[in-house]
Ligand binder design. Structure first.
Ligand code: F0G
Length: 407
């Protein structure tokens, strides 16, 4: 044992990192991986990191220990931190960046977590894996399971996920169950199937997955040379923002970066239990029964990671707010048409959220701001086509082209 353990986020009970556990048997809260940081030498780590290409496994000393010759990896991470001069200019900000995690191998940030989670699954000698998904998790798990030679079952809310994501899970050969219900119903079934059929769960309740996702925070510190002042990020099931907070905190605690960002968690108005809890200054969420939004990736009414998320956002002195679908669509178009980046609606929620937070004076225009674009726009072509100008039909003649250009 090199000192890594699992620990309950509420009661602090500790477990071996070789146990297959998603929640504390005493208090039923989620677990997190504790990486012992006290003896880490920042200079040695810096040298080791700098000797490797940017990406998830650059930071292997800060990741769960995995006893494989090589991780199950497709070179995930190392995604661009795009300086948004044109969008920033329009919003009156100089230091606006988009961390475009849609540039991962399967087109979303999920790959950061899956390379770690699936590697751990192989290490634990698991043969079958399962997840519930609004789309991206299933696409990523299906791809990484193929690479690892694992049997993969995914459960998606019937008729509610974007076509690109569904096509990925199908093409990678996963067994796809379309559950007659929403994401929350599908996740309930996944947890039952793990208890009764012994399937290994790779939703963000799995403590190893967020460990991979936290590397996006390490990358931002390395790309910017410091932590940003504010990080604006979409929130669905609540795992990713908590993973970022863990990443920023660990880098600072070791002495690899200075400062910590405020985390702003953005939800869609029709699926906003966490934003509502913040608005009411409540300590708990009230689940939303029938969540609804164009941003299907974050169409979640009962986020499993709600406590991790609320702890992360509160500790960072940030907050959570909700944005309506019209503002998500308009932000998606702004990013596409000013910066050339095609992000999916859930990812655009972070930019819609930023605009609202600037208007409210919650974020200062002089700050260094990073918005996280969690998924690629090509994942959801239907959503894009529905809100865009239709192609103009013309004859293959200059006359027809000239006439069309005059209109
Ligand atoms: N953005 C995208 C593109 C997502 O796919 C998700 C979650 C989120 C944001 C929210 O992240 O759940 O960690 O708060 N997608 C999951 C899925 C639920 O099944 O693909 P979160």
């Amino acid at each position: 044992m090199d000192g890594q353990i699992l620990r309950c986020i509420r009661c602090g009970r500790e477990f071996s990192d070789d146990e297959i556990l998603y929640a504390c048997p005493d208090c039923e809260n989620l677990l997190e991986v504790i990486i012992p940081l006290a003896d880490m030498d920042p200079k040695k780590l810096r040298k080791a990191f700098d000797s490797r290409p940017i990406g998830v496994w650059r930071y292997r000393e800060l990741l769960p220990r995995i006893r494989l010759k090589a991780p199950i990896s497709m070179n995930e991470g190392g995604t661009p931190l795009h300086l948004c001069s044109r969008l920033g200019g329009k919003l009156g900000i100089k230091n606006l960046y988009i961390k475009f995690d849609g540039m991962n191998p399967t087109g979303s940030f999920k790959d950061r977590g899956m390379t770690v989670g699936v590697s751990k699954a192989v290490d634990l000698k698991v043969k079958s894996v399962v997840c519930a998904s609004t789309g991206n998790t299933s696409a990523s798990l299906a791809a990484y399971s193929s690479l690892a030679g694992l049997k993969c079952i995914v459960m998606i809310p019937s008729g509610m996920i974007a076509l690109g994501k569904l096509s990925q899970a199908m093409m990678h050969g996963a067994t796809v169950f379309a559950v007659k219900g929403n994401f929350d119903d599908a996740l309930d079934l996944v947890m039952k199937s793990s208890r009764e059929l012994g399937l290994y769960v790779l939703n963000s309740v799995n403590p190893f997955r967020p460990e991979g996702q936290k590397t996006a925070a390490f990358e931002i510190c390395d790309q910017l040379g410091c932590a940003p002042d504010s990080l604006v990020i979409p929130v669905g099931n609540g795992g990713n923002n908590a993973a970022y907070w863990k990443g920023f905190s660990e880098f600072k605690d070791i002495g690899l970066s200075k400062g910590l960002p405020r985390i702003y968690g953005i939800q869609a108005e029709g699926a906003a239990p966490i934003a509502r809890a913040f608005a009411k200054k409540a300590n708990k969420i009230e689940p939303v029964r029938n969540p609804d939004t164009i941003a299907t990736a974050i169409k979640i009414g009962n986020p499993a990671n709600w406590l991790k998320t609320m702890n992360a956002i509160r500790s960072s002195k940030g907050t959570s707010i909700a944005v309506p679908d019209e503002e998500i669509i308009s932000a998606q178009k702004m990013v596409a048409q000013l910066e050339g980046l095609f992000v999916e609606p859930a990812a655009a929620a972070s930019i819609a959220g930023l605009i609202k937070l600037l208007d409210a004076g919650e974020i200062d225009k002089r700050e260094k701001i990073v918005c996280v674009a969690t998924g690629h726009g090509l994942k959801d072509p239907d959503a894009a086509i529905k809100v865009s100008k239709k192609p103009i039909e013309i004859e293959p003649s200059m006359k027809s082209l000239r006439a069309a250009l005059r209109n």
